[in-house]
Design a protein around this ligand. Sequence first.
Ligand code: PTJ
Length: 262
Amino acid sequence: MAGHEIPRSHPRYHSLVVRERLVEGFRKGIVVPQGLIAHGRGEAFDYILGERTHDFAEEAIRAAVAWLLLARHPVISVNGNLAALAPREVGELARLTGALVEVNLFYRTEERVRAIEDHLKANGVGGVLGSACRKRRLPGLESPRGIVCEEGIFRADFVLVAIEDGDRTEALRRAGKRVAAIDLNPFSRTAQMADITIVDEATRALRRAVEVAKELRGAGREELEGIVSSYDNAGVLARAFQAMLARLSEAASKGRLLEPPA
Ligand code: PTJ
């Protein structure tokens, strides 16, 4: 069934288009029903943030890109929601930074892994890991997210994850890897456990990461190391909470927002 026609004049046009993309992904077997619920939670946080990339997210994006460029074996981990929302952005960021792309799912079936690989390939992402690789287990992770590719996440020194449930970032860190997470919810276990937390909508953050990668690709090691070593994730998370608090207290004191949701 084709997606619904959304009138361009609708005040929430963009948000409705994004929902259609996920529903389409659900119909193609890329997104799980639980992914639609996860998106709703993300939308609520994005509303509070005013649906824009804040300075704290910008700082986290720069640190994540610098780390992707510095890492010996960087991997971008893709689940159903991310594949449906931002396949081209994933591909471009991987190309610019030399990162591998691996499909890693919580609600894992081999059929879904292949559907996501095909979708990524159809959107220009080359060399996706997932189905045809030597499988290994991430120690201490019971869920199917623990099934990883030896030449991908298992060997990685840096992993970028997005729209992720709570159990994996900790396991990746225990395995000695650095982790950057894109998560609109700064309260989440993933957001709290990551080395770098990008509190921003994943598609918006990846678009910005692509621009930053174009800029930083020509930078020397020293400059990249400077970005990484001066990065303070606790400070970035604190600023994300402050931004939410400021928007909420503005609304609470005036009963309305100066900038209504676009
Ligand atoms: O594709 P699978 O099988 O790996 O499953 C993927 C889902 C999303 C179902 C799974 O990872 C899950 O259940 O995730 P959670 O526990 O709902 O967590 C998702 C987190 O991502 C929540 O903190 C949301 O607020 C956040 N989130 C949702 N949509 C976005 C987002 N963050 C950034 N950008 C979004 N578009």
